[in-house]
Design a protein around this ligand. Structure first.
Ligand code: PMT
Length: 420
């Protein structure tokens, strides 16, 4: 991918100066770089600098008559293998989220079909504004990679989140996307020289974290899941070359770069997202800790204290894993988890069979280093015809084992080669 086409769009922020370093580094490595600047961006870094560093003219306003291309936003969007918006100010994020195209940069975003990245840069209050957060969420759900800004002293002399990521971080993200594209293309051409990415071309869907079942605007029913196990599996799947979707309940972990994030809150939200995402997935892994019950009634206002005893009615949530098991597509491999406090293997085997899983990972909360919150886990792997017990290991390492085991199952190979 050394000659890959990288399109960079700058909007108005002082962080624009960092793009000179990025453009220079990419060009030196042999990438083809083209730059679009809004007129506000040009006040922070002149087009001459970026033209000299990219060895290409810098594109500014549409139809200004200075560009060779007849319709620059179409030409540029077709040309790009990857499109980074950096710095992405609140305005360009809003335009992108809402489909506005009133200048060259926003029109090119509208026309682009390549992978999109954005590196926000702005004042902390603008960044935290619910409108900006909603716009970022929208873009994220459409598959954009959002490169989170860092905390620090901002140009406006306020401290907070809003500093654009450093050029090295931007470069790393661009390369990760180009690498995934190259792998997908190699797989499409039947190239077998990519064994170091054994999940290239596979679609993996992972659920993680707890669900929250709301009672009123103040209270909810939930559990202690941190999301660490599910996130570790998603990270492993990404690193093994898969195209990954992570459906996550409310957790305090950072979103994963290079992974499509789908946030959910309740078990019903999770069910909807999983049914949608499972449609064309090769591997589905349900690591989320789903509430089995939700409140029968949801109260719009905070419930008032009444007598000494309060009885609340619960109704059963759907069993999402069982539903996915019933509707399994040919070739799809389904992995469930079982969280137990006693009779681990017996209870887990019932879940494996009743939910029609190909593989079930059983962990016991009473085992040291296993279960909720820890960075490690101790599990048994249950197959339809036997069980393998694994020792203490990191959740990340377990993620790799689970995915390679699922791959072996899909290929009809002996999964024990991976486990032992
Ligand atoms: O998030 P961490 O802090 O890292 O903790 C990891 C973990 C303990 C949450 C994880 O390792 C784990 O065990 N996840 C599954 C938790 C769980 O809900 O187990 P269960 O035995 O109650 O459910 C069995 C399976 O059915 C699970 O795959 C679960 O996702 C699924 N399920 C459960 C209930 C329900 N209504 N729908 C479901 O799909």
């Amino acid at each position: 991918m050394e000659s890959a086409h990288i399109l960079i769009g700058l909007s108005g922020s002082i962080a624009a100066f960092k793009i000179a370093t990025l453009v220079s580094s990419l060009t030196k490595q042999g990438y083809e770089v083209r730059v679009i600047e809004t007129k506000h961006a040009a006040s922070f870094i002149g087009p001459l600098t970026l033209a000299a560093l990219s060895h290409n003219e810098v594109y500014m306003d549409e139809f200004d008559g200075t560009n060779e291309a007849m319709i620059p936003h179409i030409e540029l969007s077709r040309w790009a293998d990857v499109f980074l918006i950096a710095p992405a100010d609140a305005n360009i994020l809003a335009k992108a989220a809402h489909g506005l195209g009133d200048d060259l940069l926003s029109s090119t975003i509208l026309a682009a079909t390549c992978p999109m990245l954005a590196a926000p840069a702005m004042n902390v209050h603008m960044y935290e504004n619910p409108a900006t957060q909603a716009n970022l969420q929208t873009l994220h759900e459409r598959g954009w990679t959002i490169i989170d800004p860092a905390y620090g002293m901002l140009a406006c002399q306020e401290a907070g989140r809003g500093r654009m990521a450093e050029p090295e971080e931007l470069e790393k993200n661009i390369k990760a996307i180009l690498e995934n594209k190259a792998i997908a293309a190699s797989v499409a051409q039947g190239d077998s020289s990519i064994d170091q990415k054994p999940l290239a071309g596979k679609r993996v869907v992972v659920s993680a974290g707890p669900t929250q079942e709301s009672l009123d605007p103040v209270r909810f029913l939930s559990n202690h899941s941190s999301g660490k196990q599910g996130y570790a599996i998603a990270r492993a799947a990404r690193d093994l070359g898969a195209q990954v979707t992570l459906v996550s309940g409310p957790v305090s972990l950072e979103a994963l770069q290079g992974v499509r994030m789908v946030p959910v809150v309740s078990a019903l939200d999770l069910e909807k997202a999983m049914i949608e995402e499972a449609r064309d997935a090769d591997f589905i892994i349900m690591a989320a800790a789903v509430a089995d019950y939700r409140f029968k009634d949801h109260h719009e206002q905070k419930m008032k204290k009444t007598g000494d005893v309060l009885t609340l009615e619960l109704v059963k949530n759907p069993d999402i894993l069982a539903g996915l098991g019933q509707n399994k597509k040919p070739g799809q491999i389904l992995c469930g988890f079982a969280m137990e406090t006693e009779n681990l293997d017996t209870n887990a085997r019932v879940k494996l069979e009743s939910k029609n899983c190909d593989l079930l990972i059983a962990n016991n909360l009473r085992t040291k280093g296993a279960g909720f919150q820890t960075d490690t886990n101790v599990v048994s792997l249950l197959f339809p015809d036997h069980t393998e017990h694994l020792g203490l290991q990191s959740k990340e390492a377990l993620g790799h084992t689970i995915l390679k085991t699922m791959l072996a199952l899909q290929k009809g190979e002996d999964p024990d080669v991976i486990v032992r």
